[in-house]
Ligand binder design. Structure first.
Ligand code: FES
Ligand SMILES: [Fe+2]
Length: 435
């Protein structure tokens, strides 16, 4: 059942974006009314990433995660199927799982002791015979299932909308790009863990950063690039952004910034990987992967690397830093970032260790680049709410030249562009306009 929304707020939504998406209201980034509507119209209808199947390899393995603000239990049932249950007891609403992860035979509600099987079925009610009729029907009182659960490259997505399009169709051509990080090896990926922290920002601020805000890199991160002692070419990372970067907008609000390395670049390395490659065994491993990548991905994709991209609304993937993350909304001006580190399943342990350290150094909770970004995201959110500036929308007019590309799917521009951000907000706007 949809929320009743004041007709003034409905007409306000129509005016939040200019027709071409070049001007966007500051209200998107702090307004509590819009935030409440987003919960249903954006998070209630989109495929949301909740975790990775390598976190729950065995029956009974579970972890808790979030869909928007709502806690969910992700569990592998006795048949090996992944289920996503709302973490709220059907009796009075108590969260039935209060652990981050583990293995459970059943989920036991600590309030009145109702007990639920891995598939959600209500299997135990204390004193049932004494308190309920003989024909008491428990079949409607199981954990509430999220109706749609599908995976891509092991990433588990769930959707509250039973009639939603399939995950494959939802991701569309984004899969072509995701494969360059997640599907480079036949054995696939596994995650080593998740880091979580809160930032005082609206969730859309990191989303628009990750969908292709290349322009911030020299201003925001240059100090990190310059002090990197392991990088023999400290300016190289920025040069490669300009030389090889492409920003790609895709239907459904997805998009990202991708680097396409020249075909004669044998290993397609990123300059920022210098620190990683200095670790024993890593350079050889990355080169061996690259040598086999053509067979699996084809000649073009062998040379494509994800810098950052998003699956709308709030899944972000940083391919070269071995992490995907979700910005869970925690209020109009607060987000909780969950950041998973991923590695090739079959990589040698020393390579996995080096990748985990590289992630931690760059985009972990205390990572050098993460600190730079978080500072900006908080600043943007508080600055957007400056009351005397409310009549001054933000300008997203960079990179109006975007179009088809002979090799890359989507609408493609040079790296310094805001067309992926306009695409993201136009999709958000379309969802917000539909009650
Ligand atoms: S709230 Fe869970 S058993 Fe009552
Ligand atoms: Fe950044």
């Amino acid at each position: 059942m949809g929320r009743r929304v004041d007709s003034n707020v409905e007409s306000d939504i129509a005016g939040l974006l200019s027709e071409d998406g070049t001007w966007i209201s500051r209200r998107l980034f702090f307004d509590p009314d819009l935030y409440e509507i987003e919960k249903e119209r954006v998070f209630g209808r989109s495929w949301l990433m909740v975790g990775h199947d390598s976190q729950i390899p065995n029956p009974g393995d579970f972890f808790t995660s979030f869909m928007g603000e709502q806690s969910v239990i992700v569990v592998r049932d006795n048949e090996g199927k992944i289920r996503v249950h709302l973490n709220t007891c059907p009796h009075r609403g108590m969260p039935v799982c209060r652990e981050d992860r583990g293995n459970a035979r059943t989920f036991y509600c600590v309030y009145h002791g109702w007990n639920f099987a891995r598939d959600g079925e209500l299997v135990g009610v204390p004193n049932q015979r004494a308190t309920y009729p003989r024909d008491f029907d428990k079949s409607d009182l199981g954990l509430i299932a999220v109706p749609r659960v599908e995976t891509y490259c092991g990433l588990i997505f769930a959707n509250h909308d039973a009639g939603a399009t399939s995950l494959d169709d939802y991701l569309g051509d984004l899969r072509w790009y995701l494969d360059t990080s997640l599907n480079r090896q036949p054995e696939g990926i596994e995650v080593l863990g998740v880091q979580r922290w809160r930032v005082g920002t609206n969730w859309k601020v990191p989303a628009e950063n990750m969908v292709g805000d290349v322009a911030h890199a020299p201003a925001t991160h240059s100090s990190v690039f310059l002090i990197n002692p392991a990088d023999p070419d400290p300016g190289g990372a920025l040069k490669s952004v300009l030389e090889y970067g492409h920003n790609v907008a895709l239907p459904g609000g997805h998009g990202g910034t991708f680097r396409v390395y020249p075909k004669d670049d044998a290993d397609g390395r990123l300059p920022g990987e210098a620190a990683l490659r200095a670790a024993p065994g890593v350079g050889e491993y990355l080169e061996s992967v690259q040598a086999r990548a053509e067979e699996r991905l084809g000649e073009v994709r062998k040379h494509v690397k994800i810098a950052t991209c998003i699956a709308f609304p709030n899944l972000f993937l940083l391919g070269s830093n071995f992490t995907f993350r979700v910005a869970h909304p925690r209020g109009p001006m607060k987000s909780e970032l969950w950041s998973w580190v991923f590695v090739d399943r079959e990589a040698p342990q020393e390579v996995k260790d080096a990748q985990r350290k590289f992630f931690t150094l760059t985009f972990g909770a205390g990572g050098l680049l993460e600190q730079d970004d978080g500072e900006n995201w908080e600043g943007v959110t508080t600055g957007a709410a400056h009351i005397a500036a409310s009549e001054h929308p933000f300008h997203y007019g960079a990179g109006l030249e975007a179009g088809p590309h002979p090799e890359l799917p989507g609408t493609v521009s040079v790296a310094y562009s805001e067309h992926t951000q306009r695409n993201l907000y136009r999709h958000w706007h379309n969802l917000m306009l539909k009650p």
